[in-house]
Design a protein around this ligand. Structure first.
Ligand SMILES: NC(=O)c1ccc[n+]([C@@H]2O[C@H](COP(=O)([O-])OP(=O)(O)OC[C@H]3O[C@@H](n4cnc5c(N)ncnc54)[C@H](OP(=O)(O)O)[C@@H]3O)[C@@H](O)[C@H]2O)c1
Length: 233
C-alpha cells in the first residue's frame, strides 16, 4: 500500500472536520469532504461536496464522484454531527429525529458506501467520531448521548461484518473541544463535565489527530471494533 491515500471526512466546513481535512492535506493525502455550507478548506489536495450527509441520493452521488475521480477510497472519518443540549423532557421529537439522522443514520450510510469501495482493494480504515457523553450517560444530553451510543454499537458490530475485507472500523469518544458545537454550553456545565474526566482539560485538535493517525496507519490492521475515549473516563 504505497499509493497516495484517499481520505473522506464528513463535516469539513468548520471545527474538527476542517482541522482534519487541512491536517491530512498537509500530509499529502488526497482528501474529499462535505458539508451543507460552502467549502472553507483551501488545498490543491482537497475536493469539496456541498451535501447533506442525511440525504442518501446526494451521498451516493458523492461516492460515485469519488470513485470516478480517484478510483479508490482508503479512509473514512465520520465527523459531521450535531448536538442539542436538552433534557429529554424538553426535547421536541423533530430535534431528536434530526440528531439521530445526523449522528447515527448518516454515518451508517457512509460506512456502507465507503466499505463497498474499500473492499475492492481489501484495505480500509473507518473512524466514527463519538463522544464521552455516550459512556458517561451524560444527563442533559440524553438524545445526543443515545445517538453516539448507537454509533459505537454499530461500529463494533459492523467491524465484525467486514473484518474479512481488510477494513477496520473504530470509534473515538471525544471530550469537549473548543468549537462552535459547544459554544453555547454554560461554563458551569462544561466545568462539571471536564471534572468527570481523568485529565481535566479541553482536548486540543492534535489530541484527536494523534488517535486518527494511529487508527488509520497500515500497522493498525489488527485493531478493530474499539472505542477509544479521550481524557480518561
Ligand atoms: N466539540 C466538541 O466538544 C465535541 C465533543 C464530543 C464529540 N464531538 C463530535 O465531533 C464531531 C465534530 O464536532 P465539531 O465540534 O467540529 O462540530 P461543529 O464545529 O459544529 O462542526 C460540525 C460540522 O458538521 C457539519 N454538518 C453538520 N450536520 C451536517 C449535515 N447534515 N450534512 C453535512 N454536514 C453536516 C457542519 O457543516 P454544515 O453546518 O455546513 O453542514 C460542520 O462542518 C461531531 O460528530 C461531534 O458530535 C465534538
Amino acid at each position: 500500500m504505497s499509493k497516495t491515500k484517499v481520505i473522506l471526512i464528513t463535516g469539513t466546513s468548520r471545527g474538527i472536520g476542517k482541522y482534519l481535512a487541512e491536517y491530512y492535506c498537509g500530509k499529502n493525502f488526497l482528501a474529499a469532504g462535505c458539508s451543507r455550507s460552502a467549502n472553507t478548506v483551501s488545498s490543491a489536495n482537497y475536493i469539496h461536496f456541498t451535501a447533506d450527509v442525511t440525504d442518501e441520493v446526494s451521498v451516493k452521488k458523492m461516492f460515485s464522484e469519488i470513485r470516478k475521480s480517484y478510483g479508490r477510497l482508503d479512509i473514512l472519518i465520520n465527523n459531521a454531527g450535531i448536538a442539542s443540549m436538552n433534557h429529554a423532557l424538553l426535547t421536541p421529537l423533530k430535534t431528536a429525529e434530526n440528531i439521530i439522522r445526523t449522528n447515527f443514520t448518516a454515518p451508517f450510510l457512509f460506512c456502507r458506501e465507503a466499505a463497498k469501495i474499500m473492499l475492492k482493494n481489501k484495505f480500509g480504515r473507518i473512524i466514527n467520531l463519538s463522544s464521552v457523553a455516550a459512556d458517561i450517560n451524560l444527563e442533559g444530553e440524553a438524545v445526543y448521548a443515545a445517538s453516539k451510543s448507537a454509533l459505537v454499537s454499530f461500529t463494533k458490530t459492523f467491524s465484525k461484518e467486514i473484518s474479512g475485507y481488510g477494513i477496520t472500523v473504530n470509534s473515538i469518544g471525544l471530550t469537549p473541544v473548543k468549537t462552535g458545537l459547544v459554544r453555547n454550553v454554560p461554563d458551569e456545565k462544561m466545568n462539571e463535565l471536564l471534572g468527570r474526566l481523568s485529565i481535566k482539560r479541553f482536548a486540543d485538535f492534535s489530541d484527536i489527530s494523534n488517535v486518527t493517525d494511529f487508527l488509520i496507519s497500515e500497522g493498525s490492521g489488527f485493531i478493530t471494533g474499539q472505542n477509544i475515549n479521550l481524557g480518561g473516563i
